[in-house]
Design a binder for this molecule. Structure first.
Ligand code: URA
Length: 441
């Protein structure tokens, strides 16, 4: 992959930011050269954040053609290194390199149990993971709530972990640095929920990280960035085509995100729930999705004869998790942080718990301090929420429905206001929804 070669900006360059912004603002199509120039110039600090914000908003509003998305993604990959782990061996054999990526959800801690399950089945997972984005949590923010854990790995360390234990979860660092900058900017400029920007963000990291096979967990529903099944299907198709064009075996599941996953949403609370799953327990939806994605990953990587469920029963996934956390400096036995202040939301009446809106829950947790509202802000690792009654459960008036945690109690009012209207207690159970909606290949 060649690097973009347009280094000048403003006077003397073939391009300048206001012209490129104007083309997209007015609904035009960006040329390959303009895309290469924008990504290179932004990566190297020759386009200001306010100019990139305007361009991202123009893309958000006007969209991109398929060829624009493909070129934008390739330029993002070319903005940094591309790892290659095909020379690595375990027991004399090439590694079965495979990863998954989610398009973002609420309570979506699946990576934390899933990576160890796949490691225990013989896969090798080089996962470049992200931080929280908008109302959704990020794997790195969650894992960094484990005392000592570091996601800042060198390539040498990733290689060693892949050979020795079969997995590494790391900050993208110099992989697709254009995405690192744009991801942080999108998070605070309301430009996250755009198909071209999600597809290029996800796929630039995944192409650069050196996996050979990839399963995309494409979320559908109120807590997803793209709400409808039609949009999610288009996103899945776009990402599969990008992956295939770059030589990755790529496929997707469409999965429900109208409701949060599991009963814990936040940073440390989600690690704790993941450990319950690894110990053979945990909420049934988290277990179901972990096992479905693991089966897809093993199939995509060509690993036969392994049942991922066995690894939760026999403790081998827990062993892999402990090895992974230890390898990255974390203490898997350390107690996890919890917000110093708690608040409980109780049932207004007796009845049956109605639907639970993933967006309302995600926003409540963001208000508690689990996410960011300014670039580079520290998240609260102990901020989060526990759900005590799931849709369809019987409820008695006055009993706790949610416990909220934060270190900054002045946040409770806004968080509870977000939850308001996001749940109900009524006389009938809500409709059942399939968690796994479809498989796209
Ligand atoms: N995950 C990403 O890496 N990027 C997005 O834009 C959304 C989810």
């Amino acid at each position: 992959m060649t690097r973009a070669t347009f280094h000048a900006s403003g006077a003397g360059s073939a391009f300048d930011a206001p012209t490129v912004i104007r083309i997209k603002r007015d609904g035009g199509v960006l040329s390959d050269e303009a895309i290469d120039w924008v990504i290179d110039a932004y990566t190297h600090g020759r386009i200001a954040d306010e100019q990139m914000s305007a361009l991202l908003m123009a893309i958000f509003l006007r969209g991109m053609t398929g060829p624009e998305i493909a070129r934008w993604t390739s330029a993002m990959v070319a903005s940094g290194e591309r790892f290659d782990f095909t020379d690595l061996r375990r027991d004399g054999r090439p590694l079965a390199l495979v990863d998954k990526h989610s398009t973002g959800g609420v309570g979506d801690k699946i990576t934390i149990p899933l990576v160890p399950v796949v490691m225990a089945c013989g896969g090798a997972v080089p996962q470049a993971a992200g931080r929280g984005l908008g109302h959704t949590g990020g794997t790195l923010d969650k894992l960094e709530s484990i005392p000592g854990f570091s996601a800042e790995l060198t390539q040498a360390q990733i290689r060693r972990q892949l050979e020795e234990i079969g997995g590494a979860i790391f900050a993208a660092g110099e992989l697709a640095p254009a995405d690192r900058k744009m991801y942080a900017l999108r998070d605070v400029t309301a430009t996250v929920d755009s198909l071209p920007l999600i597809a290029s963000s996800v796929m630039s990291k995944k192409i650069a990280e050196g996996t050979r096979a990839l399963v995309l967990d494409t979320k559908v529903g109120s807590g997803a960035f793209l709400k409808t099944e039609a949009e999610a299907r288009e996103l899945a198709r776009t990402m599969i085509d990008l992956g295939t064009a770059h030589g990755l075996v790529t496929r997707a599941l469409l999965t429900d995100m109208h409701r949060p996953l599991g009963a814990a949403v936040g940073n440390a609370v989600e690690v704790a729930e993941s450990v319950e799953v690894l110990a053979g327990g945990g909420p049934s939806d988290v277990v179901e999705l972990t096992l479905a994605l693991a089966a897809e990953m093993l199939d995509a990587a060509g690993i036969d004869g392994e049942d991922p469920a066995d690894t939760l029963r026999d403790g081998s996934a827990m062993d892999a998790y402990r090895a992974l956390i230890n390898a990255q400096g974390g203490d898997p036995d350390a107690s996890l942080p919890r917000g110093a202040h708690t608040e409980t939301v109780t049932a207004p009446r007796s009845g049956t718990m109605g639907d639970l809106d993933a967006m309302a829950v995600g926003m409540a947790v963001w208000r508690l301090g689990a996410g960011r509202s300014a670039p580079g802000e520290q998240v609260q690792h102990g901020a989060g929420l526990r759900i005590h009654r799931r849709p369809g459960d019987p409820v008695a008036a006055g009993e706790p429905l949610f416990t909220l945690y934060t270190d900054t109690p002045e946040r409770f009012e806004a968080a509870i206001a977000e939850l308001d209207g996001g749940f109900s207690v009524g006389d009938t159970a809500p409709d059942r929804r399939p968690l796994i909606i479809d498989r796209v290949v």
